[in-house]
Each structure stands twice: as C-alpha cells, then as structure tokens.
Write a protein of this length. Structure first.
Length: 362
C-alpha cells in the first residue's frame, strides 16, 4: 500500500459570536486546516486541525513544503515511522509549535485511513475501553456579562451537559470571584464546575486566587499561569487548594513528561492538534496513567471522543466553542452528561466540502 495523493485546504470559520480568553483576547473566527491522504486503492483519510485566525495558512504550507514530498509513495500503515520522519525532517526549525499542528493534521488523516482500510472505528483500533465519554461545556466566556454567563450555562444544561467551565481573568480578582459565586449559586449542586484562567495570573496572584477560590469546590482551575512555568505549577499544586488542569499549550511529549514529573498537574490536558496528533496524544495519556493521573482533552471534540474512549484513565472531554458542527455529517450528541464516538470506519467525520468552499482561504 502506498500514499498516492495529499491535498491540503485551509478555511476561515466565523464564530456565531465573539468569545474571549485572557491569553488570546477577542476571537471572532478560527482557521480550519484539512489534510486528505489517498492511498493507491483510492481510499481517502481525512485529517484536520483548528487554530487561531490567520495562522492556518502557515501550518498548511509546512505540510505542502516540508512533508508532502517525503510522504508520497510511503506506506500509510507505518504511522509511527511517518510521524518520526516528519519530526526529524523539520527538527532544526521545528520541535513543537506550528510544526506540531502540521504533523497533527497528517497524523489524523493517517489514522482515519487506517480505520477505513480495516473497516473499524478509530476508538476500536486505538484499543477501546469505554464508549461513554464524560463531557463538559466549555464555551462560557470572559467577555460575557454576568447575566449572559448564567443564561449560556442554562442552555448547556438543557442540552444535556452535567458539567460547566467558565473563564476567569477579568480586571480584578474581586470581579472573577463575584462571577464565580454567581455561577455556583446558579447551578444545581450536582452540576460540576470548572474554571479556566487562560494564563491570567503571575504565581503570587495565583496563590491569592487559589486561597479565595478553594471554597467553591471546583473540579479544577485550568492554566492559572503561563504554560511553561513548571516550577510555578509545582508550587501551586503543593498548596493543595484547588486541583490544576494544564497542557493544552504544550506541544511536545517532553514538555508533558516534565510537567508530570515536576508534580505540577492534577488533570493532564493534551490537545491532539497542538501536541502532534493522535500518535503522541495516546502516549501522553499512557504517561498520565502510569503516574496515576486522569487525562482530559481540549478542542476538536469529535476526534477526542475516540481517543478518550480508548483511555482507561479518561476523565472529562471538552465541548469547545470552535465547532465544525455546521460542516459535518453526524455531530456528537449529549445524553445525561456523556457522549459517544462514531462507529463508522475511521473517525467517521464527513465534511460538507461544498458548504466549506465559500470559507476557503487557499
């Protein structure tokens, strides 16, 4: 079996309304990079990543200029070999960041192709553990008024979610605490609540925030400080005040290894699009399992539903605001706080490319 063709397209997808996170600011759209890999039997695997607006073209160019020529005529069944081939090919200028996004798009396409060739769903070929995936709603944003914050939370509960995550990082800790208290009082006691600070604080500010937030009994605080301040994460975790989730902005397995071995995290949060794809995600999940830590996810929930279904240490999966629901066949549904991945071969996601055409940027 050989790879006969690779196609890459980039799209700009507008959000239904602007959302805000402390680290990223106001977001009005996101870029979608889709990689199609066809084998010599005409079977096609589709991979995709989402990324901040105006960054997708740079990622697609890495695939076109650095990966395409070395992948053509290779055997697509050798996914581990091809991952290492891409990594080594851009080793000097790569080792994470945009390169990890680019590898991820290819990696997902290869796994989708493998599933289609085997006529098995992705969750099954990755090992298979439980098709019931615990979920939370993650689109309760920083720019929303307090009233809208609560209204959006109620909408999520009506959709079947049993866990809600809201953002922190307003102008003052007092305002964050007021919004957090309003949300906790608004939600029924049995509804789990998480908070995401999106790197809003210095370590000293985070210590103060943790002391104040402890009483709300959050499942976790996510990224309270910048992602690579590993000693800061160790200090915050040592306080024993609020569990910490981190990892969405780490791009290599080595970074996750360091975070875990530093004892700086309670919920390990890889995002397959940022860490290099399905291949490293599953290794990070196993590393977490070895260290008796749960694994959670960030973004691209249609794909992560398969991965978490194959992880015995899976905890929550995020339903992210960057959704491709309007462009795919068979979006995920929520029932009593859980979802399940597709049983179709591969990842089971079929894009409506005719509908996407009007959003193409290259």
């Amino acid at each position: 079996m050989k790879i006969s063709e690779i196609q890459i397209k980039t799209y700009k997808i507008p959000l239904p309304e602007p959302v805000e996170a402390y680290a990223a600011g106001i977001m009005k759209a996101f870029d979608l990079v889709i990689c199609k890999i066809t084998n010599d039997d005409g079977i096609e695997g589709v991979g995709y990543i989402t990324v901040h607006e105006n960054q997708g073209l740079a990622i697609s160019e890495i695939i076109k200029n650095s990966f395409k020529n070395i992948l053509i005529n290779q055997d697509p069944r050798y996914i581990e070999y091809l991952w290492q081939l891409m990594w080594k090919n851009v080793h000097y200028a790569g080792r994470g960041a945009p390169v990890s996004f680019a590898i991820a798009a290819v990696d997902v396409a290869l796994w989708d192709l493998k599933g289609k060739c085997l006529k098995e769903p992705l969750w099954s070929i990755l090992g298979g553990h439980s098709k019931k995936v615990l979920c939370y709603a993650g689109n309760i944003d920083l720019n929303f008024s307090k009233e809208k914050l609560l209204t959006e939370a109620s909408k999520c509960l009506n959709e079947g979610f049993k866990a809600i995550k809201m953002r922190l990082g307003r102008q003052s800790l007092k305002e964050d605490l007021d919004r957090l208290e309003s949300m906790r009082n608004h939600l029924p006691d049995e509804i789990a609540l998480m908070a995401d600070a999106n790197e809003a604080w210095r370590v000293d500010q985070a210590v103060k925030a943790f002391n104040e937030i402890e009483k709300f009994n959050l499942v976790w605080i996510e990224e309270p400080i910048k992602p690579d301040d590993f000693s800061g994460y160790k200090l915050l975790k040592s306080l024993g005040k609020v569990p910490i989730a981190a990892g969405e902005n780490l791009h290599t397995m080595s970074e996750f290894n360091f975070l875990i071995n530093t004892l700086g995290v309670d919920f390990v949060e890889p995002d397959l699009t940022t860490c290099g794809g399905i291949t490293p995600f599953m290794k990070i999940a196993k590393l977490s399992e070895i260290n008796n830590l749960p694994v959670i996810s960030h973004g691209v929930h249609e794909l992560h539903s398969h991965l978490l279904s194959a992880c015995p240490n899976a905890s929550y999966m995020e339903f992210h605001a960057w959704r491709v629901d309007d462009f795919i066949d068979g979006k995920l549904s929520i029932e009593n706080g859980f979802t399940s991945p597709s049983d179709k071969p591969g990842h089971g996601i079929t894009f409506d490319f005719e509908k996407l055409n009007s959003y193409a940027i290259k």
